[in-house]
Design a protein around this ligand. Structure first.
Ligand SMILES: Cc1ncc(COP(=O)(O)O)c(C=O)c1O
Length: 431
């Protein structure tokens, strides 16, 4: 007999249980088998039980290690979190400073029209998309927030069809958002052999029948893998055939070292973009992680649902941040400059890996390198610890879900000097 998983949000009865309280389906997840039994109708806790089994957010653990080493007086070369250390371009900072008002009012969820017009202009320049700034676009306060909260607007925790497909290794927020929204995660492992790109035909029909939402993310964090327009078309067909929302996280769309990356949204599907959403961010494109600004674009019915939901959460983007984002989306020159910096750092590490006979298994995009753990270093955490002994901080693949083990991720967010320094230190590392 299996344990009963007490994953119940107060006030949300579980499916098939009029008294509420039990979701046996979650017990399929090996990570959750340890959960304690909870009688139907009671969470046994004054807080959401999900918090009691909250895994530490992996990056928090990295930052703690970094802090401890810095306390010991060491300079850690940080290639851990994907948080660019380069300055936000001056014209964007100025736009923000100029917009701070004397009297500040609550911003609206739909944001200023000028921001949505600028975003539409970017989408036209970049993807040849014609979108209606009023029906197709919604600003978000960073895509992390947009991704997490969209689960609450898109999933029905009482429905049988509440599965969310996530391809791992992955940015962890798709899983976190699903859990808090009462969805069921269907994790599908991506491997080097398939280029970290799932074959749409290989996805189980039974799983797809239970799928309400599928997350795809190309260019891919953590591997840098890319997809082409034909692959997106097959995924859109799959979503329509099986009636689920296809959500494409495109926050690295402009960080490509080869040809520009396509979007899941194509002009031929305008103006409906039925069942499809794309998420974009200022964070990586314009070194604006601290500003918290991005947008979601796509199916006007889904955008309307998000616009209806979001006022309850209080996640409208501050007006002065919107003005900074407007400046950022209006300009492409700064993106080329940022990309050039990543190109130099990338070359510096790739040369070092090659000299050492180490393998970057990832693709040609994003500011991540996906290094296969070299022979003799054990697993990804052991290897990351070994790198930390040289004061090089990277993310062990094991932190990024199934399929992550066996690799570490270098985020090329430190300066060129740091990159050269780290690349030189790699030569000293022996198993
Ligand atoms: C794949 C992916 N999506 C979304 C985000 C969130 O970006 P932001 O909230 O800064 O827009 C990140 C950040 O690292 C990411 O890697």
């Amino acid at each position: 007999m299996g344990h009963r998983c007490g994953l119940v949000r107060p006030g949300h009865p579980g499916p098939g249980s009029p008294a509420g309280g039990v979701r046996d389906d979650r017990c399929d997840d090996p990570e959750r088998r340890h959960l304690r039994a909870v009688p139907p109708g009671s969470s046994g806790s004054l807080v959401n039980p999900l918090l009691e089994q909250e895994r530490e957010y992996p990056f928090a653990r990295l930052l703690e290690i970094k802090r401890r080493r810095q306390d010991q007086g060491r300079t850690v070369l940080d290639f851990g979190q994907g948080d660019p250390r380069d300055p936000t371009p001056a014209f964007i900072r100025r736009a923000l400073a100029d917009a701070v008002p004397g009297v500040s009012s609550y911003p609206t969820v739909k944001g200023k029209r000028q921001l949505r017009v600028s975003i539409a202009g970017y989408l036209k320049r970049r993807f040849a998309l014609d979108v209606d700034p009023d029906r197709h676009i919604l600003p978000v306060t960073g895509t992390k927030e947009g991704i997490f909260t969209s689960h609450l607007a898109l999933l029905d925790p009482r429905a049988t069809r509440r599965g969310v497909v996530v391809f791992e290794p992955a940015y962890p927020v798709y899983v976190e958002g699903t859990r808090y929204a009462g969805g069921t995660v269907h994790a599908v492992t991506l491997t080097r052999q398939i280029g970290f790109r799932p074959d749409p035909e290989s996805l189980g029909r039974e799983m797809l029948a239970r799928t309400a939402l599928m997350w795809i993310n190309y260019p891919h964090n953590p591997t840098g893998a890319e997809v082409d327009a034909a692959w997106y078309a097959r995924m859109r067909d799959l979503a329509r055939e099986h009636d689920f929302v296809l959500a494409s996280d495109e926050c690295y769309a402009d960080l490509c070292f080869g040809a520009p990356h396509p979007s899941v949204l194509v002009p031929e599907e305008a103006p409906d973009f039925e069942g499809v959403l794309a998420f974009h961010s200022c964070s990586k494109r314009s070194c604006m992680t601290g500003f918290r600004s991005g947008f979601v674009v796509g199916d006007p019915n889904l955008i309307a649902a998000l616009a209806k939901f979001r006022p309850s959460v209080g996640v409208a983007t501050p007006a002065f941040v919107q003005d900074a984002a407007t400046a950022a989306w209006d300009d492409d020159t700064h993106v080329h400059e940022i990309l050039d910096r990543y190109r130099t750092r990338r070359a510096c590490f790739l040369e070092a890996f090659e000299r050492l006979g180490w393998h970057h298994d990832g693709g040609d995009a994003t500011f991540y390198l996906w290094l296969r753990v070299p022979e003799g270093f054990g697993d990804s955490i052991r290897f990351a610890e070994r790198l930390l002994e040289e004061d090089i901080l990277v993310t062990p693949g094991a932190f990024l879900g199934a399929g992550g083990e066996g690799h570490v991720r270098f985020a090329l967010v430190s300066t060129e000097d740091d990159s050269r320094d780290a690349a030189a230190r790699l030569q000293r590392i022996q198993p």
